[in-house]
Design a protein. Structure first.
Length: 122
């Protein structure tokens, strides 16, 4: 596999025997990694960018309000990507048990067509 022309570190950061793993900037893999970083980052965690991330839903009542996550994804993701966050309606019955699945759909236009990718966040 040739080296990326515009490399970005992969997420999670990975060391290999030949160095660190990189991905092509703006690729589907890179944009999905960006979405993971945003979803895993509570608002205010990064001292250099306290506005980065989303209000962490710890100890909030079910169902979790996914609006702030969707807003953060659309604010901080690659500008060509569009995020949509949904709660699995079938899983709402489990909300009383403290279990909720959040589905993140990322649409990435490539060459005029949108490529859909999704990530489940537990």
């Amino acid at each position: 596999m040739p080296a990326p022309a515009r490399p970005h570190f992969s997420f999670p950061f990975t060391l290999t025997p030949t160095g660190s793993k990189t991905v092509e900037q703006g690729s589907t893999e890179d944009i999905m990694a960006q979405a993971q970083v945003i979803a895993y980052c509570p608002l205010g965690y990064r001292q250099d960018r306290p506005e980065f991330g989303w209000p962490w839903p710890d100890l909030n009542l079910m169902p979790i309000d996914t609006g702030p996550l969707e807003d953060a994804l659309n604010r901080f993701l690659n500008p060509q990507a569009q995020a949509e966050v949904q709660i699995d309606p079938a899983a709402l019955a489990n909300a009383a048990l403290g279990i909720q699945n959040i589905y993140v759909n990322i649409n990435i236009p490539t060459g005029g067509d949108a490529v859909g990718a999704s990530q489940e966040v537990d």
